[in-house]
Design a protein around this ligand. Structure first.
Ligand SMILES: [Fe+2]
Ligand SMILES: [Fe+2]
Length: 232
């Protein structure tokens, strides 16, 4: 199914208004910048066109455009789905009369992220969830995922990249998995290359310590095992 229907002229004008709004806000945002929003919107349209389930193009596109609005001026992402839902509702009330449509778009925003702890239910909600997840799998998404993160290299690699690899299985639609497959393989290859680089470092450290200090080597051993599990 190619979405449920075509967009009306009125809807296209509203979408143009939302685009101007999110461009203005996300251009000031590091990491989750405007290009992330556009890519998630593009992927949402692609998934919406391929799935068999009925999805509304207006709700899906508006939800995709506004999905990360809660990240603007937020100290961290913990509430960005729920806060984004409130911002979306306030903003849309000024020019969309249909409360049901506003509610549907708001739910897409709230439920696009696991941090809201409310899983997506409708096809519109699942599409944007999948599109956002796929965007994170790509190299740019992975780099954004580790930007500004603190902690040891072990923590960042095992946790952040490991999470990205696990994301693939959380996709709702088979069509999303098809789109994500090459990115998933790319992520796996990236993790494998990191493992080789870290393996090299392990040997170098082992040469430096010459077996005198066992503790670092034990730590490295358990780390490499974790990486093996992730990439194997
Ligand atoms: Fe998000
Ligand atoms: Fe996002």
């Amino acid at each position: 199914m190619v979405f449920e229907r075509e967009l009306s002229i009125k809807e296209k004008k509203i979408i143009a208004k939302i685009i101007a709004f999110v461009q203005d806000k996300h251009n000031r945002c590091e990491g989750h910048d405007y290009s992330h929003i556009l890519e998630v919107t593009r992927l949402s349209a692609m998934i919406g066109k391929r799935i068999k389930e009925r999805a509304d193009p207006f709700v899906t596109i508006c939800g995709a455009l506004l999905h990360d609005i809660g990240r603007i001026n937020a100290p961290n992402g913990m509430f960005h789905g729920i806060d984004g839902g409130s911002r979306t509702e306030e903003f849309l009330e000024s020019f969309i009369e249909d409360d049901y449509v506003i509610k549907q778009i708001t739910k897409v925003v709230v439920r696009h992220t696991p941090t809201s702890m409310i899983p997506p239910q409708t096809a519109n909600e699942k599409i944007v969830f999948d599109a956002d997840t796929i965007e994170r799998l790509a190299l740019m998404g992975m780099i954004r995922g580790i930007m500004g993160k603190t902690g040891t290299m072990e923590f960042i690699i095992v946790n952040k990249i490991g999470k990205r690899l696990a994301d693939y299985n959380k996709l709702y639609f088979a069509e999303s998995k098809k789109i994500a497959k090459p990115l998933f393989e790319e992520t796996k290859k990236f993790a494998q290359r990191l493992k080789i680089a870290l393996d090299k470092r392990k040997r170098e450290i082992s040469e430096v310590t010459m077996g005198d200090i066992n503790q670092p080597q034990i730590k490295i051993k358990s780390f490499m095992k974790k990486l093996d599990n992730l990439t194997g």
